[in-house]
Design a protein around this ligand. Sequence first.
Ligand SMILES: [Zn+2]
Length: 64
Amino acid sequence: MGQPRMAEKDNGIRMMCPNLTCRKVLAVPTSARGRTVRCKACGTAIRVPQAKAEGEGPNPRKSA
Ligand SMILES: [Zn+2]
């Protein structure tokens, strides 16, 4: 069983609409990284983040 984790491979990226009155979960392709997409529900422009660091912290670099 070599199933990959539920990561953002070719399945795209899932983001929640920042519009608090919408909050729709959008699935965007990984090719949309760094671009702006529009929520299909409310039309809010959402910036697709670049590949996130594995640290998931503000400072992925270790200062050790
Ligand atoms: Zn929306």
